[in-house]
Design a protein around this ligand. Structure first.
Ligand SMILES: C[S@@+](CC[C@H](N)C(=O)[O-])C[C@H]1O[C@@H](n2cnc3c(N)ncnc32)[C@H](O)[C@@H]1O
Length: 433
């Protein structure tokens, strides 16, 4: 658990928003970055367990446990400090980023309250970090269903208007040798006034070899003749809200892309596989697994039913209407020779579930995964989440929840390493910020 060291001679500094239990910070410290400010606040509970774990592992210095909206209100009105850093990073929720006409014209108010993208943008506009590095679910590229890609278009346009170049890629961690299939969109933005417009950028070669993310996570060359789509994001944020891809069935944003001055280039790319990781590699010896993790015989049928294919008549509780419910089967048990499925926030707890992992041990019994195994699937040090401040024990259900919210640290480390090269190149020397 003490497997964390702050870099002694950092490449640059980081502000970590929506910090959870610190996945970005661990990955970035391994690639030479020092986190000097962090914020984590869980709106749905009084107890602040994630923040408590964060402070217990990294220390309190520069950490805040308050609603980011409140922190930024106070910062922008001059009541508190947030240091300027080389990078602002964070994993933030996929929400509705629409902007109404009336709102777009009123100063400082860009979209609906509580939408956390606007908080990131407020900090970016106030502090102008040279680099912004974000993570989100891949659904961000496709939402909402009525206007595929609208929310991402609004996000890109607002970064363009703030003077940033943006690149993105949907990455499945398993394709880069990690033991979990976890597909997330990673977004890297750079201040154009610091980095300039990428030179000699032929769209296909930029996306398959020259972008920061392509250098960090190699992809196969985009075959000659395959399409790099190109379009402009027209109008203000309210215009995009009203007009972007109305009724479109498919999002125009593909798995990878970049945007410069509202001009978007996007193409699907295929990961150059680095050998597949596997679930078996993270498992504890059976004798170290507490007995409550083994599924009792009398509950196995329920697990099998939930994991199985079904097509059955059900009745809608409120209206009494009958309907057919159908779904395919899930692997039962999970294969230890393959990368695991994605950890979801509901992974913890003993109740049977379609989505929790379940493996079969050598003696034929079935069991769920323990928190340390979930931590390993994300590349966190063992027992990272076991205690909070003052040694308070964190429940297994919470620990699983944290890992469902977190990210694969090794992906952040790889992108962070390439960003350190980019930053050294642009500044010509270390320790500038
Ligand atoms: C997807 S998780 C990020 C997890 C993180 N990357 C990690 O490695 O653990 C988003 C986090 O944002 C926090 N959050 C949600 N609303 C917030 C707010 N208004 N202010 C600050 N943090 C907030 C949540 O509690 C959650 O921990």
């Amino acid at each position: 658990m003490s497997n964390y060291t702050e870099p002694q001679n950092p490449i640059g500094t980081v502000c970590e928003l929506f910090a959870g239990v610190g996945g970005f910070r661990i990955g970035l410290s391994r690639s030479g970055w020092k986190t000097s400010f962090s914020n984590q606040w869980e709106p749905s509970t009084k107890a602040q367990h994630a923040s408590s774990v964060y402070s217990a592992r990294f220390g309190d210095e520069g950490h805040t446990n308050e609603d980011i909206a409140v922190v930024l209100d106070e910062y922008i009105s001059g009541k508190r400090e947030i240091p300027k850093t080389t990078m602002v990073v964070g994993g933030f929720p996929c929400q509705d980023y629409s902007v109404a006409k009336t709102l777009s014209s009123s100063a400082g108010l860009k979209g609906k309250k509580g939408v956390l993208w606007w908080e990131i943008l407020r900090l970016v506009e106030a502090n102008r970090p040279p680099i912004v590095f974000l993570e989100n679910v891949d659904r961000l590229l496709k939402s909402p269903a009525s206007q595929r890609g609208r929310d991402f278009a609004i996000m890109l346009a607002s970064m363009s208007d703030a003077g940033y170049f943006v690149e993105w890629r949907v990455v499945n961690a398993a394709e880069y040798g990690f033991p979990q299939r976890r597909k997330r969109v990673f977004i890297v933005a750079k201040d154009l006034s610091v980095f300039g417009v990428p030179q000699n950028a032929e769209p296909a070669s930029f996306l398959d070899s020259e972008s920061t993310i392509a250098k960090a996570l190699p992809v196969e060359a985009i075959p000659t003749g395959s399409l790099v789509s190109e379009f402009r994001l027209e109008g203000d944020l309210a215009d995009l809200t009203e007009n972007f891809d109305i009724g479109g069935k498919l999002s125009p944003f593909k798995k990878s892309g970049y945007m410069v001055n509202r001009h978007v280039f996007t193409a699907d790319v295929i990961a150059r596989e680095q050998g597949l990781g596997n679930l078996g590699s993270v498992l504890l010896p059976e004798e170290d697994v507490p007995s409550e993790y083994f599924v009792p015989e009398d509950q196995l049928a329920n697990w099998k039913y939930l994991k199985g294919a079904k097509r059955e008549e059900r009745t809608h509780t409120a209206s009494g209407t009958k309907y057919f419910y159908a779904e395919g089967s899930m692997a039962f048990p999970d294969l230890q020779s393959n990368p695991s499925r994605t950890i979801l926030t509901g992974e913890g707890g003993s109740s049977a579930s379609r989505f929790k992992h379940i493996i079969q041990t050598n003696d034929g019994r079935y069991r769920r995964l323990v928190p340390v195994e979930l931590e390993r699937l994300n590349g966190f040090p063992d027992n990272w989440t076991s205690t909070g401040l003052n040694g308070e024990a964190i429940s297994d259900v919470k620990r699983a929840f944290f890992m469902g919210n977190a990210l694969v640290v090794g992906i952040v480390e790889k992108i962070g390493f390439q960003l350190s090269k980019d930053w050294i190149e642009v500044k010509g020397e270390k320790n500038v910020l």
